[in-house]
Design a protein around this ligand. Structure first.
Ligand SMILES: NC(=O)c1ccc[n+]([C@@H]2O[C@H](COP(=O)([O-])OP(=O)(O)OC[C@H]3O[C@@H](n4cnc5c(N)ncnc54)[C@H](O)[C@@H]3O)[C@@H](O)[C@H]2O)c1
Length: 451
């Protein structure tokens, strides 16, 4: 590999791009680079995923199988578990998980392990970019020292005087903004924020991404880029908590919060609608803010908005369980012994992802209070044992009028588009709706309890 490489090299065609972690973020990114004509290798520690990808099969519902097949066939995409092949790459993009551990503290072990698997193979002139969501400082404090064990250097520097500072390899951070299931904005349309460890690293990463996204937004450092992602997710988390709290107040006063939000959203400036629900779910919003809270402690700083939002959002499944209890009580029934059907286990509509889904907590609470609980979800024919829940042997119940009528209450937890809400309300005895999914159903409103 040349030692004379310039950052502008990454404007070139047919680059060899390595993507580490072929999950919800890494796989679409890999396919986008393949689509742009680059030669992409996906690296993953899970040999089953690697075999499936090489056989042209998808394991994520919204990622089309035919795209994988097309690029495997044209040799623009292949997957491997052999990290020695990182040597052959021009750019290495890290998309591994960044979860919380049992104490709800950042678990950076995946990023750390990945950096350790890169450094023995690191080559001069390679560009390494971390995409995993994390606290400000991770690229500099965790990834850089491990990569520099290779004996090569990438100095932390900024300013015009360092425009052409000499680097053996380049290092940058660029947060992923993937929104699974969003049909309006795909990866190619979403602007990408990029921060380099030094100016040449920033230019190299900008040149690379400019080939696959509509717009690249450079920021001055990896820390700023890391913070951008957290700001975006904390903004969502705090605003969702606020509407969840206001929903509970509106329910008590007898005001329809959804009507209020829709009316407020007609204001052409200064307002952005957020919608209440049964609690927070997904891989990002319930997790990422705590990366910042944790880092803030190092600076004797309390992130009170994050803590408060967490408190409100975590309480939402309890609010739903109370609402189900109250609705049954109004019909002279107790929770204990009631037969309940919960609709939607995915954390949001139209996705096959149940990570951190509030439905899992709601079902647990209903069971703990003595209800007999079934579920339906077109994306999950059956459930399994999870870290915090045991739903082994549970199977999705088919949605037929006769079946629906057999339950004391139907709880709408996730508002999948494929559900026939008119039919559900028609057939069910009682519907507890956490998402206002039944807003267009005008008949039998007396059966519907919004919560
Ligand atoms: N899912 C989203 O919508 C989303 C959106 C924006 C950002 N993110 C962030 O992107 C990162 C990845 O998230 P994801 O949803 O793609 O996770 P994921 O669990 O879907 O995928 C991660 C992949 O990495 C693989 N992996 C784990 N350890 C590895 C290692 N040491 N080497 C190689 N492969 C390894 C896993 O087998 C898996 O295939 C996280 O930091 C997440 O916060 C996710």
């Amino acid at each position: 590999m040349t030692t004379e490489r310039k950052p502008e090299f990454f404007k070139g065609a047919q680059l060899r791009v390595a993507i580490i972690g072929c999950g919800y973020v890494g796989l679409p990114l890999a396919l986008r680079f393949a689509e742009a004509g680059h030669r992409v290798t996906g690296f993953d520690t899970d040999p089953d995923k690697v075999s499936m990808l090489n056989a042209g099969r998808s394991y994520i519902q919204h990622i089309p199988q035919n795209k994988i097949q097309q690029y495997v066939h044209s040799r623009h995409f292949g997957a491997t578990t052999d990290f020695a092949k990182l040597k052959e790459a021009d750019a290495i993009l890290i998309c591994v998980p960044t979860p919380l551990d049992e104490r709800r503290e950042p678990d950076l072990s995946y990023v750390e392990r990945t950096a350790f698997s890169i450094y023995p193979h690191l080559q001069k002139g390679q560009l390494v970019i971390l995409e995993s969501t994390t606290y400000p400082g991770t690229t500099e404090e965790l990834v850089l020292p491990i990569l520099e064990k290779s004996g090569m250097r990438c100095p932390i520097a900024s300013g015009t005087e360092n425009e052409d500072i000499s680097c053996d390899f380049w290092l940058a951070f660029s947060p992923e903004r993937e929104d699974p299931g969003n049909k309006q904005f795909g990866l190619a349309q979403i602007p990408k924020v990029v921060g380099g460890l030094n100016p040449p690293s920033g230019r190299a990463a900008q040149a690379l991404y400019a080939q696959v996204v509509a717009r690249v937004i450079p920021v001055s450092s990896t820390r700023a880029a890391e913070m951008v992602k957290l700001l975006e997710n904390i903004f969502r988390c705090v605003n969702i908590a606020m509407v969840n709290e206001l929903k509970q107040l509106c329910l008590r006063i007898g005001i329809d919060i959804w009507e209020v939000i829709d009316a407020a959203a007609t204001k052409p400036f200064g307002f952005m609608p957020f919608y209440p629900g049964p609690g927070l779910g997904g891989h990002c919003i319930p997790v990422d803010p705590y990366y910042l809270s944790w880092k803030a402690r190092e600076y004797d700083f309390a992130t009170r908005f994050i803590e408060l939002a967490g408190e409100v959002n975590t309480a939402m499944p309890y609010h739903v369980a109370d609402a189900v209890s109250g609705a049954l009580n109004d019909r002279q029934k107790s929770m204990k012994g009631s037969k309940l059907l919960v609709l939607g286990v995915a954390y949001k509509k139209d996705v096959d992802d149940l990570r951190e889904s509030p439905t899992l907590k709601i079902m647990q609470l209903l069971q703990q209070r003595g209800a007999v609980v079934d579920y339906n979800d077109p994306y999950f024919p059956q459930l399994h044992k999870m870290r915090h829940y045991n739903y082994e042997n549970m199977k999705s119940v088919p949605l037929e009028p006769k079946t629906l009528a057999g339950y004391d209450a139907v709880v709408i937890a996730t508002d999948h588009s494929s559900y026939d809400y008119f039919g559900i309300v028609e057939a069910a005895k009682l519907v507890v709706d956490t998402r206002n999914a039944t807003r267009r159903v005008l008949r039998h409103r007396e059966k519907i309890v919004l919560c």
